[in-house]
Design a protein around this ligand. Sequence first.
Ligand SMILES: [Zn+2]
Length: 144
Amino acid sequence: MKVRITEYLDIDLEAERWCCNRCGHDLGEARESYKRGCLVRERDPREIHFPIGPSKEFNFSFDPEWMRIVEFYCPGCAVMVENEYLPPGHPLTWDIQLDIDKLKKKHGVKSRRRARKPSAKTSTTGRKPRPAARARAGSKTAAR
Ligand SMILES: [Zn+2]
């Protein structure tokens, strides 16, 4: 089941993946930023906000040393998914962070996460867990 999040972004709730609303292209894990699955273009702000007048300092445009325009495109159909104004070198922002579990519950989609098995430490037998059992339990924790 796909749920529309923005004009250009859907979430496939069963797969927990971001998708392009226009072409369905996979844009990555829904629990991470969709921007990681997009093509990114950094632009000089003077290409969009043309300087007006003869002054290099006061011209109604942005100084490219202080600000860049970062555009995000779908790799499948090249629709512009998002853009933002950031200082040069600024890490990408994570603008949409959804509670996927609640969204799935709201739309009646079962969670793909399996229930945790009881660990060896909480065994009801009262016996001390064997070393092999502890190692297995430890490796499961490390894999998460
Ligand atoms: Zn697309």
